[in-house]
Design a protein around this ligand. Sequence first.
Ligand code: PEP
Ligand code: MG
Length: 540
Amino acid sequence: MEVLNGKSVFGGIAIGKISIYRKGDEQVKRYKIEDTAAELARFEAAKETAKEQLGKLYEKALAEVGEVNAMIFEVHQMMLDDLDYVEAIQNIIETQQLNAEYAVATTGDSFSEMFAAMDDDYMKARSADVKDISNRVISVLQGKNDAGLTSDEPVIVVADDLAPSETVQMDKSKVLAFVTRHGSTNSHTAILARTMNIPALIGCNYDDDMDGKNAIVDGYNGLFYVEPEHNIEEEFLKKKQADIDKKRMLQELKGKDNITLDGKKINLYANIGGVNDVGAVLQNDAGGIGLFRSEFLYLGADTFPTEEEQFNAYKQVAERMAGKKVIIRTLDIGADKQVDYFNLDKEDNPAMGYRAIRICLAQPEIFKTQLRAIIRASYYGTLSIMYPMIISVDEVRQIKEIVKEVKKELDEQGIPYGEVEQGIMIETPAAVMISDLLAKEVDFFSIGTNDLTQYTLAIDRQNPKLDNIYDSHHEAVLRMIKMVIENGHKENCWVGICGELASDTSLTKQFIQMGLDELSVSPTFILKVRETIRSIDTTK
Ligand code: PEP
Ligand code: MG
């Protein structure tokens, strides 16, 4: 038996045979061509086929893992039309009279190296994407089909690294777990694994001769057992069965109240990134949507989404939630969420830069379009609006003026709308310290512990080197949460948490004792948090 260490990106136990996933033969031949026009046409046709394949993958991912995770395939489609990339390929074919496969491979390699050398983590991650799209075009040129998993029985997929397109193309019923040598916690593949509910390890240094061997993935402890001894296998079979029983038990909590043993109730809502995540919200019986990250509508588009496009998305969510509360957060771009068509300047300190509400107040035409869409959609359900990155009372007053203007315009045009609660994210230390004043201005607060931890501890949430000291349990963060709840309640302003800390069940009791009114978590965590709430006595 061999036990390898890895870093867990999603928990769970998998037992089965290893299947080492090897990318197709990527050796590309280089040869001279005579007819450059024909070769350019061949490249163009392959590019279009690759885009069609990506379109199908997008649809598949949309149905299986939701809009946010599917978006990467739209990004890949856009990358295939990138002028610099396309012109570099055409240039090699035309000026060097070389074959399309070689032109694509060379261009893919040099773009990929260029991205990998960049300082920005987001841009670095694009390196794998360029490789992925180039390999796809090469496969089309070589007449290969879409890659898939060949094994008949479900296997533990072990790979050097997995591109999102490879992950999503695999038949989910045949994948027990993912184990990769490379990759990062925030890679798209890690995110997909989490959404697919499949145990996954990264940073695991396996040997190629392990193909076909029996193994166990312990996603809870980041361990990979190859050819496990009998007693170890028995132990993990029991753990796996316990997991299955647990999941079944959690299903029984559907329809039950979020109430503690001593009778305290709390609202349990879900976080979403788009219309297609609503299915998971309903399946897991969330009481509402506590955070709709509307920026994903902008991130998934190649130009500003129109009022009508946004209205349709918000209306659909409102209708599908059938009167349950839906809190739409206005555009929160900038920092790690960059959108090309906004043409934002490169900044030295983007997390503290021109982002979120700062953009909306400086460019009110963008803000008003979104507000009109949300307020119009409020006619079809129970919508609330929430503003990100607030640091002052003045900002809130400016926003309220703009909302008034929008409503006045809608009145003049005879367009109906419903009651809309307005709230703010509390995610800066400034907002915490003046929460007594802010509470007089709004209906609710939602604490964004992801950013609040970053700004309070002065730790960049994107920097993997600081992962071990990025501590949302820090006493400073917990005291801030308590202060916000107390200040909010003095002014009848309800208070929730929508950052990742909301699903940390080791703190649920403390949050309820502090008087928190709402927790908003990823849909998959709803029933687990409900179970915790129902098991605690806040008087003890
Ligand atoms: C937060 O900062 O806690 C939050 C919920 O917002 P985001 O993670 O989208 O910045
Ligand atoms: Mg935030």
